[in-house]
Every structure is written in structure tokens, then in C-alpha cells.
Design a protein around this ligand. Structure first.
Ligand SMILES: Nc1ncnc2c1ncn2[C@@H]1O[C@H](COP(=O)(O)OP(=O)(O)OP(=O)(O)O)[C@@H](O)[C@H]1O
Length: 250
């Protein structure tokens, strides 16, 4: 288990900041995503959730701060670490010209999975995400919800120890939402550190162990998982922060 200054975590971020054109998208964020936990990130459009996830995964370089993934500084991670991480940041996942089955074979290859078990793993993954009907369809010709299912199947194919999913249910039907919920529980249940963003407070509250609220690039507080009237608690927190920082709009 990754251990940093006494903090155990699949992901440990400290003081992360990143600006675009002089505007702070992520502002001095500290975050720990522990093994066996589902950590949800909620916030308004433009709050900085995707940018934070990109920083955590080394897709963007921070101006300040540091990230450790599975105990290794993100800038120094190699294939051995990335083979233990699964993520879905873009909703248009997968190579559009390849079929569902071919995309999953690519994902398995990139994760350096055992060739002997790859076919079995792909079959399991297709069944888990209920993609059976679409195995031979090109990713580019899938509906947005099935494309998202394909992205999830690819992200989870190697049973990763760290999972980062940006709005994994955004395009999904109610059946897909249930599958994601089960997949998140399964991942955390076997000890993975799971970070997931969502705009659906009630839905995320059913699975999350921790709900962090992001606002104007900062993590400004937590919501109680399973709590009642989370929307109200969410907006109360944002108003309180805006009042404190002089951002209140009349
Ligand atoms: N590549 C980029 N170039 C310029 N600005 C960017 C870039 N990526 C993000 N931003 C800006 O950073 C801020 C945070 O965006 P981000 O996508 O991280 O928010 P978000 O919380 O994920 O939003 P949403 O809920 O709408 O997906 C926004 O003001 C956005 O316009």
C-alpha cells in the first residue's frame, strides 16, 4: 500500500495548482484517495474536476504541487505503475475505427496483460458492461452511452488498483448507472483506490465513502455520504464559500 508521510493512499496529491491563460483552474489542492475507498468529486461546471484528474494522472503538468500514484511520484511512473491504474477521462473513449472487441484487445495489450488470459478477460469485460450486442461494431459508430460503456470496460479491464473516472455515468441509461455502481463497489471491495466525478449528488451519495466539493479550483469541503438533501448542503456550502471570498452574485 502506498504510504506518504504516514498517509496511505493510492493517490496522494499535495498543493496542486494549474492555470490556463492566467486563470487558476486548480488551486492548491490536497487530496488523498485511499485504498478500498470510493472518493467522489462534485462541483459546478468549470469547477476544475477534470483538470484535477488530468493532473493526478500526469496528463497535465502542475505549476506547483506533487502527486504520488501507488507510492511513486507521477512524473517518474513507468509502465509497471500504469499497468495498475485504470482511467476514463474522455467520453469519446476508444479508437473510432476499431471494433469494441478490438479496442478491448488493445486496452489489454497496453496494460500488458497475460496473452493466455486476454480472450477470457475481454469476454468477461464485454459481459460485465453488457456490450455483447455491439462487439463487432466500430467504436465510432456506437451510441454515446455504449461508447461510455466501452471506455469503462477498457478502464477496468485489468482490475486496477487505482481507478479514476470522470463522469462515468454522464451518458448512461439507468441500467448502465447500476452497472457502474456495481463496478465501483467491486473495485473498492478488492482494495482499489477509486476517484470518480459526478454531477448526480444522490447517485454518487449511494456509493461514495467520501464526497469532496470542488469550487473555483479548490476543494472547499465535504458532503456526508448517504446524507439527506445533499443538494441543499452542496449549495449552502458554495454560498458560504462565495460569501467568504466576496464572490456572491446578487
Ligand atoms: N485545455 C484548456 N485550456 C484552457 N482552459 C482550460 C483547459 N482545460 C480546462 N480549462 C479551464 O479550466 C477550468 C476548469 O475546467 P474543468 O474542465 O477542469 O472543469 P470541470 O469541473 O471538469 O467542469 P465540467 O463539470 O463542466 O466538466 C474552466 O474554466 C475551463 O475553461
Amino acid at each position: 500500500m502506498a504510504q506518504v508521510d504516514g498517509i496511505a493512499g493510492g493517490i496522494v496529491a499535495t498543493g496542486l495548482s494549474r492555470s490556463f491563460d492566467g486563470d487558476r483552474a486548480v488551486d492548491r489542492v490536497d487530496l488523498v484517495v485511499e485504498h478500498g475507498q470510493i472518493h467522489a468529486l462534485v462541483g459546478l461546471n468549470g469547477a476544475g474536476k477534470t483538470t484535477l484528474m488530468r493532473l493526478l494522472l500526469g496528463m497535465l503538468v502542475p505549476e506547483a504541487g506533487s502527486v504520488m500514484i501507488l507510492g511513486v511520484p507521477v512524473a517518474r511512473t513507468g509502465r509497471s505503475v500504469w499497468g495498475r491504474v485504470g482511467h476514463m477521462i474522455d467520453t469519446t473513449s476508444g479508437y473510432p475505427e476499431l471494433t469494441v472487441a478490438e479496442n478491448l484487445r488493445c486496452a489489454a495489450l497496453l496494460k500488458r496483460m497475460e496473452p493466455a488470459t486476454t480472450s477470457q478477460t475481454i469476454a468477461r469485460s464485454i459481459a460485465d458492461l453488457r456490450l455483447d450486442r455491439w462487439v463487432d461494431r466500430r467504436a465510432g459508430a456506437l451510441s454515446s452511452g455504449n461508447r461510455q460503456r466501452l471506455g469503462l470496460a477498457g478502464a477496468l479491464i485489468n482490475r486496477p488498483e487505482v481507478v479514476v473516472l470522470d463522469e462515468p455515468t454522464a451518458a448512461l441509461d439507468p441500467a448502465g448507472v447500476l452497472l457502474v455502481r456495481a463496478a465501483l463497489r467491486e473495485a473498492a471491495g478488492r482494495g482499489a483506490a477509486v476517484l470518480v466525478s459526478s454531477h448526480h449528488l444522490d447517485e454518487i451519495s449511494r456509493v461514495a465513502d467520501t464526497i469532496s466539493v470542488m469550487h473555483r479550483g479548490r476543494i472547499v469541503g465535504n458532503l456526508p455520504p448517504g446524507g439527506v438533501d445533499l443538494e441543499r448542503a452542496f449549495f449552502d456550502l458554495l454560498l458560504q464559500i462565495d460569501d467568504r471570498d466576496g464572490h456572491r452574485e446578487s
